[in-house]
Design a protein around this ligand. Structure first.
Ligand code: BTN
Length: 246
């Protein structure tokens, strides 16, 4: 279970690191069923054997990257904006601290050019807790198979030596700043994306669509203009595949 008090919750107040697990999201769920954990708890693994991605995809989880799941109190008012914080936090520190031109793709992928450097899988159990899982490619430089030309890492994009722990620390610090600070996360997302004004090609429940991105709604939904000039609001990423080349 999760403690339901409301002290100042700090993301990363308690971090446990596992050498190897199947999936940190799965294991954090298991831990929540057995133990009393506070919001802000982070479960990190150095490697995963069954990393979970969005839409039932597999998340390649080799040694050298970051696989982390962060615990939050359940909140039935939560909306898409909630899942934007970690993506924006990471994009900001990659640009500021690592000189990598990272940007966010709706809702919460972090890209460098069209290649994915981090992905987020937010899951929850209604009435109980929410888990923000993030995979950050840090040291991996060989990407093969399905992800050969669509993934990158901090090491692949940077000339300096990268310390994985320093990346996690900087990321959690920025996440805290954004989440507990007074930031307008919608505006922060807009400041950290390259999507606005671009034509994007997508497959939406099997249907090909080409639209122009016009903005983000107050709830964090994507606003686009279709070929007929009508505004559409895209609410869910499930069943939606947006081509990262835009
Ligand atoms: C995506 O497909 O973009 C989301 C990938 C999320 C991967 C992370 S790694 C840590 C956490 N544990 C998992 O099994 N998945 C998430």
């Amino acid at each position: 279970m999760i403690l339901n008090n409301k002290p100042k919750k700090i993301i990363g107040n308690n971090i446990i690191t596992l050498e190897l697990t199947d999936s940190t999201n799965l294991q954090l769920k298991n831990l929540c069923e057995k133990e009393t954990l506070s919001a802000g708890f982070v479960l990190v693994a150095k490697q995963q054997t069954n990393g979970k991605g969005t839409d039932g995809n597999y998340w390649v989880s080799e040694l050298g990257n970051i696989y982390a799941s962060i615990l939050f109190d359940y909140d039935d008012k939560v909306n898409t904006l909630f899942s934007l914080y970690p993506a924006v936090a990471l994009a900001k520190i990659l640009r500021r601290d690592f000189n990598i031109n990272a940007h966010v793709k709706w809702p919460n992928d972090v890209l460098v050019e069209h290649k994915k450097i981090a992905g987020i899988l937010c899951e929850g159990v209604a009435g109980k807790y929410m888990i923000m899982g993030i995979g950050i490619n840090v040291l991996q430089t060989n990407f093969s198979g399905d992800i050969e030309n669509i993934a990158t890492s901090i090491a692949a994009e940077s000339n300096s030596n990268i310390d994985t722990n320093a990346v996690l620390e900087a990321f959690l610090r920025e996440y805290n700043n954004l989440y507990f600070g007074k930031c307008d996360i919608r505006q922060e997302w807009l400041n950290n994306t390259q999507m606005i004004g671009k034509t994007i090609n997508s497959i939406h429940d099997g249907e090909k669509k080409s639209v122009v991105v016009t903005g983000m709604s107050p709830e964090g939904f994507l606003e686009v203009k279709n070929k007929l000039g009508q505004t559409e609001i895209w609410m869910a990423r499930r069943g939606l595949d947006i081509n990262a080349k835009y």
